[in-house]
Each structure stands twice: as structure tokens, then as C-alpha cells.
Design a protein. Structure first.
Length: 754
């Protein structure tokens, strides 16, 4: 008999126990993440009363895949364009929250006498609130459509992004085990360099690839291609010194800008759920009860640190971001827990061998407790504000709200600010692309040219050919660096506004030209032994040719247009299919009024009713601005529009109105049929007897459909096939008819002919 590998046995044990435990947690309306952690504790070697996993190393390997696919899915849900549109408020809030909570974590760790790396990693763990748990809590409490929930989710998205950066920085710190400012700055520069490079190149290349092979791709192929790209980027990320999770996230964020993004999300979700479950189970496997008892006091202190820290500093951070005191407290109290990213950071510390074994189970215990308390913290925020309002002077609260809510919008600003910001961004992006191109040419092409042109006599020719090719390749980037934004609306407005603006505007061109010239200077200096004066002269001539060359100009513009097309492809699809959110969404006059989306469940009692019949405006005070149905948007629907299952209603209203509307929608859901097994349809023969009450009646007169819920499908006349039964035909004695219906209805009908 074939022996089953230990990995299969362990996987069977994990999935069976996880399935049972998560069913219990689903019944108790608790997050499934906690169920996975508890399942891991039950199958761990620390639990002597249950079956245990045999080979934990294989499980850790699978959990690494779980982390990778979790971050790949996170990248698919993420869009850098959304971050840029958020403005400064979420960024200020996120950075403030992470700073305060990280410092609290480091301080608490030092108070307990833990090691330096333990304190640093603990600070990172305490800074990361759980997107999954908070989203689930908002959904369970019916708060997901409220305005403050949207603020929290924006901050959580940014926290997830900074968590990726934090993981890279923690890896760099752990490798040297010393906090050197230069090394930290170098690590940050390295992150920014590769992040921009991968995103720009990825958004330029991958959408073109998917567009070319779109006619060949079905769901199966798209899944394989997506996971292949994810794993390839993960491998490449580890080659340049980052984690595989960082590479997976980057690939997910690249694919998020493609038309295929939504389909990829649906295809990858089962894979993410499977490996993600294994990861969270592996987290629970590391929980040692003896450590939890030994570190009961630190666990309690860390729980209180998170609850009080987020309630105080989290609320303060949201106020810095422009929220009112009440909204800031609701937001801050909502984030009082840690979750999946804390586990990932703890796993990173263990894999690097820089944190103690005790810290992982301590963090898991803290996460379990704070997750359990999350709904209560969210509910407690409003009473806490009401109590605070009673004790604070009303003038102080009014002044705080006026000060914080007058936070400047990041999209506003002077012409100079906008112009210089755009120029700096262009210089950064094109400098990174230029540097990457030079590095590739000098690493691969130059040695190849020297191989085919060996010897000192031909060595100069190899260098010259490589240098000319390199300059030609980077010429579109250099031209865009110098010339882009020189004819923008901001430039023209500043030029016409005052003569004093003209000299600074010319200086911006000269500065960018010097940066472009420095790249040419570096190439010539690396490949030749010319004097500096000659190299500068060559660089000026080359840059002048690049700026005035029509071919290079055309090439530069076409590359930029193609990149922008790829970047906007998903937005274009949304506009074509009517999925794009309305432009007025963020510009409603009253701060309490906003827009939210509500899905109509397939078992809703509202199905088939018109908006006039539902009378939503009179009952709940909300206004349906649009209906999203399939790939269509129905704007400003009138009262005769009928609600269909699967419709998405875009509704305008306040938080209070949304809460009443959501409760009404939830109460309209039709429950599952308890007698579903009895609803099976059967086909049965019925012979019209001499005493049948149907003799001499046609179908309508017999009322077989109305009274007995049965349907006649044919008449047997001795032919090979059944004859259709004409509605006007009268039933006669001896007729053999075939009837379809539920068993109970058939029994009642047939009893009349006995």
C-alpha cells in the first residue's frame, strides 16, 4: 500500500481542523483570521491532547507562499493613483499614527528589558492595524458605508504600503544590527529606486503584453500567467536584496492598472484564501501556552498600550489629518488592534533570527485579544466622545474642529508649487530610468562588445559603440527630463503673470539640463580617457542634438503616450462600461452628506419592485443617484426603474440615513427555504378515470395549475413521442397524460383519479 507523504497528512489535518474551527467562528460572528490562529494552536506540538503536525518545516514553506499571495492580492486591490488623489490628509494621519505607535512599542519593550531588535520589531508590529479585521468589523456593525469608515480604510491602505517599506527597512536594520543614518538613507533610496523602476517598466511592458495575447487568454491561462508573473517578480526581488513578499506586492500593483485586474482578483482569490489560511494556521502553531503564562503581564500591558495608544494618539493623528473631534475619535478607536501584518513582521524577525522566540506568541495573543475587543472599541467611541464633550468647554471643541477641519487641501496650492512638484517628479522618474538603462548597458552589453571586439586595438571601438547605443537609448528620457512641462498651463501662466518669474523659469530648464548633461558626462568619463573639458563639450553637443532632434522628440512623446494609455486603461474601461464613480462624489456641500454603494442581494425582497414602490426617499431620506447593472450605469433613475438582483445602488445621504437604509435592506432578505429538499420536481403519468372531475373540461377549466401547482407537459397517444396538449382540448376518459410538479402536489392531484 502506498505511503502518504507527511506533507499531505499535515495538510489534511490543517484544513480539516481549520474548516471546523472557522465554522464555529463564523457562527459566533468572529473574524476568520482568529479561527485560523486557533486551529493552528490546536494542531501545534504544544497541544498534547490533539493530533499534531508532523513536519512543521513544510508548513512554514507553504506559509511563506501564503504571505506572498496575500501581498500579491493586496497589490491587486491597490492603486498608486488612488494614493495620489487622496491628498495630504491620509498621509499625515498614517505617518503620525505609525510614528506614535512605533515609539510606544519601543518604549514598552525597553521597560521590560527586552533586546534592541525585539523593541524595534515590536514597534513595527504595534504600528500596523489590521485591514481585514477592521473591514469585517465595519461590515458586521453596518458601518462600512459611513463616512468615517472611508477615512479609516484610506489610512489602512497607506499603512499596508508603509508596512511593505517597513519590512524592507527592518531587514536592512537586522542585517547590520545598528542604526546608522547613512545606511538607513541608502536603504530608503534603494527602495525608492527599485519601486519607481519596477512600476514604470512594469506598467509600460505588462499591459502591452496582456493586450497582445488577450485573444489567447481564458480564465485558466490568465491565472497561470498572473501567478507566474507574481513568482517571477518575487524571485527578482530577492535577487536585488528585498523580500519575495515585496516583489509580489509590486507585481500585484502593476497588474492592478490593467483591464484584466478585476478578473485576476477573482481568479487569485481561492489561491490566496488557501495559502493565506495555511499562513495564519502556522501563526497559531507557534503559540506556546507556557510562554503566554510567563509573559501574561507584558501581554496585558501591550493590549492596554494598543487600546489607549490608538484611542489617544490615533484620534490625535486623524485630527491632524483634518477630521473633527468626533470623527477622529471614531476613527482612532476603530484602529485599536493589530493583525496580519504584525504576524508577517514577526515572521520576518524570526526568519532573520534577530528577535526572541517569546515575541511571536506574545504578539499573537495580543492580536487575538485586541481583535476580540475591536467591535466594542468601535461602539465605545461615540459614548466616549459624548462624555468628553460634557467635560470640555464647548468653545474649545468648536475651536479644535475649526482648526483641524480647515486643513488645506493638498490639491490646492500655488502655480509654482504645482509646477516644481511635477518637474521634480519627472526628473526623479526619468533619472531612475536613465540610470537603470546605463547600468544594464554597462553590465551586459559592454562585456559582450568587448568579447566580440577583443584586444587593445578594438577595445576603444567596443566602448564607443556601447556609449553611442547607451546615449541613443536614454535620449528620449533626457529630452523629456529637460523639455517636459515647459509648455504646461502652469508655465504659461507664470510666464505671463510677471517678468520676475521668467528668470526662475529659465533656471529650472538649466538645472534639468545640467542633470541630463551629468548622465552623458558619466558615460563618456566611464568609457573614455578624454579630458573633462572635451567630455563636457561632447555632452553639450549631444544634449543639444537630443533636444532639437525631431525623431527623438517623436519617440519621447510616443513612449509617454503609450505609458499613459497603459496607466489609464482600467479607468478607460470603467468609463466605457459605466463603472466610474461620479465626479461630484467628493464635492458634496454638506460634510455629513456623501455617497455610498449598496449591493442588492440575490434573495432580497426588493427584487421586482420599482423605486416608486420602495419610496426610499420618503422612508429613509436617501437619494438613488445611479444603478450599476452588469456593465451599465443607469444615472438619475426615475420611479419606474425596477430593482434586479445583483444591482449596485449608489445612494446619497448621511451616516444616520445610511444606517436606517442598510437595516431596511438587510431586513428585506428572504431566508433560506427550510423545505428545500421537498421542492424537487418529478414527472409522473396520470390516467383520467371514469369518475375523474376533469372529464369534459379543458386546461383552464380544470385549474390543475392553479389549484394543484402542476403542469401538463404531454399526451400519450401511442406514438413514439408525446403529443403536446392543446389548451382547448377537453379531457376524456382513458386519456394518458404526463404531469410535472412537486411530489406532494402530484399526490394530491392523482388521488382524484383513484
Amino acid at each position: 500500500m502506498e505511503e502518504i507523504p507527511a506533507l499531505i497528512r499535515d495538510l489534511a489535518l490543517i484544513l480539516v481542523v481549520a474548516g471546523i474551527v472557522t465554522l464555529v467562528f463564523k457562527r459566533l460572528k468572529q473574524p476568520l483570521v482568529l479561527g485560523y490562529v486557533v486551529a493552528g494552536f490546536l494542531v501545534s506540538p504544544h497541544m498534547p491532547y490533539t493530533a499534531s503536525v508532523v513536519d512543521s518545516e513544510n508548513i512554514h514553506l507553504w506559509s511563506s507562499l501564503g504571505v506572498m499571495f496575500l501581498l500579491f492580492s493586496l497589490g491587486l486591490d491597490f492603486s498608486f493613483k488612488k494614493i495620489l488623489k487622496m491628498g495630504a490628509s491620509p498621509i499625515i494621519t498614517t505617518c503620525s499614527t505609525i510614528f506614535f505607535m512605533s515609539m510606544l512599542g519601543v518604549i514598552v519593550g525597553h521597560l521590560f528589558g527586552w533586546g534592541k531588535m525585539d523593541c524595534i520589531f515590536l514597534g513595527g508590529m504595534l504600528a500596523m492595524s489590521s485591514t481585514t479585521i477592521i473591514y469585517k468589523a465595519f461590515d458586521d456593525l453596518g458601518l462600512r458605508q459611513q463616512q468615517f469608515a472611508g477615512r479609516v480604510m484610506s489610512v489602512l491602505i497607506l499603512e499596508d504600503i508603509l508596512a511593505i517599506v517597513m519590512m524592507v527597512l527592518l531587514s536592512a536594520i537586522a542585517s547590520g544590527e545598528q542604526l546608522d543614518g547613512g545606511d538607513m538613507l541608502g536603504s530608503v533610496f534603494k527602495i525608492v529606486f527599485f519601486l519607481v523602476l519596477w512600476l514604470v517598466v512594469g506598467i509600460f511592458v505588462i499591459p502591452i503584453f496582456l493586450r497582445r495575447v488577450r485573444y489567447l487568454i481564458n480564465d485558466e491561462v490568465l491565472l497561470i500567467v498572473s501567478l507566474g508573473l507574481c513568482c517571477a517578480m518575487a524571485v527578482f526581488s530577492t535577487k536585488v536584496g528585498f523580500s519575495s513578499a515585496f516583489g509580489a506586492f509590486i507585481m500585484g500593483s502593476i497588474l492592478a492598472e490593467t483591464i484584466e485586474a478585476e478578473k485576476i482578483i477573482k481568479l487569485v482569490e481561492p489561491v490566496k484564501n488557501l495559502f493565506g489560511a495555511i499562513f495564519f494556521v502556522s501563526v497559531g502553531m507557534l503559540v506556546n501556552p507556557s510562554i503566554l503564562i510567563e509573559y501574561a503581564l507584558p501581554i496585558f500591558v501591550l493590549v492596554m498600550t494598543i487600546l489607549i495608544g490608538q484611542a489617544v494618539f490615533g484620534s490625535f493623528s486623524f485630527m491632524l489629518g483634518g477630521e473633527s473631534l468626533k470623527s477622529a475619535m471614531r476613527c482612532g478607536f476603530s484602529m485599536a488592534q493589530i493583525g496580519e501584518f504584525s504576524f508577517i513582521i514577526a515572521s520576518l524577525g524570526l526568519s532573520l533570527g534577530v528577535i526572541g522566540d517569546f515575541l511571536y506568541p506574545v504578539v499573537v495573543a495580543v492580536s487575538v485579544i485586541t481583535t476580540f475587543l475591536t467591535p466594542y472599541m468601535i461602539r465605545f467611541s461615540t459614548p466616549a466622545y459624548n462624555n468628553l464633550e460634557k467635560h470640555l468647554p464647548s468653545k474649545l471643541i468648536h475651536s479644535l474642529n475649526k482648526l483641524m477641519m480647515s486643513h488645506p487641501n493638498s490639491q490646492d496650492g500655488s502655480l509654482w508649487k504645482r509646477l516644481l512638484t511635477q518637474m521634480a517628479m519627472n526628473v526623479l522618474i526619468y533619472s531612475i530610468l536613465t540610470a537603470a538603462t546605463i547600468a544594464i548597458m554597462f553590465t551586459f552589453v559592454l562585456p559582450f562588445m568587448r568579447t566580440i571586439l577583443p584586444g587593445w586595438e578594438l577595445h576603444w571601438y567596443a566602448n564607443a559603440i556601447t556609449g553611442i547605443l547607451t546615449v541613443l537609448l536614454i535620449s528620449p528620457f533626457l529630452r523629456a527630463m529637460v523639455m517636459k512641462k515647459n509648455r504646461s498651463d502652469e508655465w504659461k501662466a507664470l510666464w505671463a503673470e510677471s517678468n520676475r518669474n521668467r528668470l526662475p523659469l529659465i533656471v529650472t530648464i538649466l538645472v534639468r539640463a545640467l542633470i541630463a548633461l551629468s548622465f552623458i558626462f558619466y558615460i563618456c568619463n566611464y568609457l573614455s580617457r578624454f579630458t573633462n573639458a572635451l567630455i563636457i563639450s561632447i555632452g553639450i553637443v549631444a544634449l543639444t542634438f537630443i533636444i532639437f532632434s525631431r525623431w527623438i522628440k517623436k519617440r519621447s512623446i510616443s513612449l509617454e503616450r503609450l505609458f499613459i494609455l497603459n496607466l489609464r486603461s482600467r479607468d478607460i474601461e470603467a468609463q466605457v462600461l459605466g463603472k466610474k464613480r461620479p465626479l461630484y462624489e467628493g464635492k458634496l456641500l454638506d460634510r455629513d452628506i456623501h455617497i455610498a454603494e449598496f449591493d442588492i442581494p440575490n434573495n432580497s425582497g426588493w427584487m421586482g419592485q420599482t423605486l416608486k414602490q420602495l419610496n426610499l426617499g420618503q422612508k429613509y431620506g436617501v437619494h438613488v443617484s445611479s444603478i450599476l447593472r452588469g456593465g451599465w450605469r443607469l444615472n438619475i433613475p426615475d420611479g419606474d426603474y425596477i430593482i434586479f438582483p445583483g444591482d449596485v445602488l449608489q445612494v446619497i445621504g448621511s451616516d444616520t440615513q445610511f444606517e436606517a437604509f442598510r437595516d431596511a435592506l438587510k431586513s428585506s432578505i428572504i431566508g433560506e427555504d427550510p423545505d428545500l429538499e421537498k421542492r424537487g420536481m418529478k414527472l409522473q403519468q396520470m390516467i383520467i378515470g371514469s369518475d375523474s372531475p376533469f372529464i369534459g373540461k379543458d386546461l383552464k377549466e380544470s385549474k390543475i395549475r392553479d389549484l394543484y401547482s402542476c403542469m401538463i407537459v404531454g399526451l400519450e397517444e401511442g406514438k413514439e413521442s408525446l403529443s403536446s396538449y392543446h389548451p382547448k382540448r377537453k379531457f376524456q376518459e382513458g386519456d394518458i397524460i404526463w404531469v410535472v410538479g412537486e411530489q406532494e402536489s402530484l399526490d394530491a392531484l392523482l388521488s382524484l383519479n383513484k
